[in-house]
Design a protein around this ligand. Structure first.
Ligand SMILES: [Zn+2]
Ligand SMILES: [Zn+2]
Length: 277
């Protein structure tokens, strides 16, 4: 940081670069997954599709334009973080040796777990009748979402999502590299969740991924039915909160079986033991 420049001035100078970073962070994964879906053989794609309906006409354009607004909100928040760190309010450190690699790894895990918790509970809150129309309806206009829906939020929802990083930096010191990995994981999982076609290998879906991590089917059910399955990365908050779609485990099992072979017996037993089978 340059000590002779006011933090606000520093933030304004950094904003264009942060905006470009946030833009590419959305554009690259969304375009790559959209391109993959466009070039994959139609039969393969339809076998792996988890959607009952096709995306509506003009939907991709709307999702993209909403996402551009979200990129603007996210980058403004990024500039705010820059100013907060410059003013010594937010705990951002730049020398990895200051806290070591073990701390960086643990802080990344804490960050992902904390964000999953933040997302689940704020998502449930945004679904409250008094908030839904003005905050979360924009995202749910995509009944059959596409990869471009990853950032398709109303500005209020974009602010709620952006606030997480600012708030956690008040208490958890983070290195920019940790934040970069966290943001990359976030957008990749987000784009895959909205792809409408599950691109994850069958063996993963049949194992721990399908059991503990949210799948495309998981979030697609949220969009098609407008409720339940509020989780972002992991399935446990929906199980703890009693909001997992009652047919999710069965639908996932049927989906995996339809891809090839049978669902592993150990997985069925594990599902039954935890009451989700
Ligand atoms: Zn929702
Ligand atoms: Zn969504």
């Amino acid at each position: 940081m340059q000590p002779d420049i006011h933090p606000v001035q520093l933030a304004l100078q950094a904003w264009p670069a942060i905006w470009l970073f946030d833009l590419l962070r959305y554009l690259v994964p969304a375009a790559l997954v959209a391109a993959a879906l466009a070039v994959l053989p139609a039969r393969w794609r339809s076998r792996r599709s988890v959607q009952e309906h096709a995306p509506a006409a003009g939907q991709r354009r709307r999702e993209f334009l909403n996402s551009m607004l979200t990129v603007l909100v996210f980058s403004a928040n990024g500039a705010l973080i820059f100013a907060g760190a410059g003013a010594g309010i937010l705990c951002l450190y730049t020398d990895i040796a200051e806290r070591g690699w073990a701390y960086a790894a643990v802080s990344l895990i804490v960050l992902v777990l904390a964000h999953d918790t933040w997302f689940y509970w704020t998502h449930r809150l945004l679904h409250q009748r008094w908030l839904f129309r003005r905050s979360h309806l924009t995202h749910h206009r995509s009944v059959a979402p596409t990869p471009w829906a990853a950032y398709s939020f109303a500005p209020i929802e974009a602010l709620v999502q952006a606030a997480f990083l600012t708030l956690i930096l008040l208490v958890l010191p983070l290195h920019p590299m940790v934040i970069f990995i966290f943001l990359t994981h976030m957008i990749v999982r987000n784009v895959l969740g909205h792809a409408g076609v599950d691109l994850v290998p069958r063996a993963w879906l049949a194992g721990w991924w399908g059991r503990w991590l949210t799948t495309t089917l998981h979030h697609d059910l949220h969009h098609s039915q407008g409720r339940l399955n509020y989780g972002l990365y992991f399935t446990w908050w929906d199980r703890i909160g009693g909001t997992e779609h009652p047919e999710y485990a069965l639908r996932l099992q049927q989906f995996v079986e339809s891809l090839h072979g049978q669902f592993p017996r150990s997985q069925i037993a594990a599902n039954q033991a935890s009451g989700i089978g």
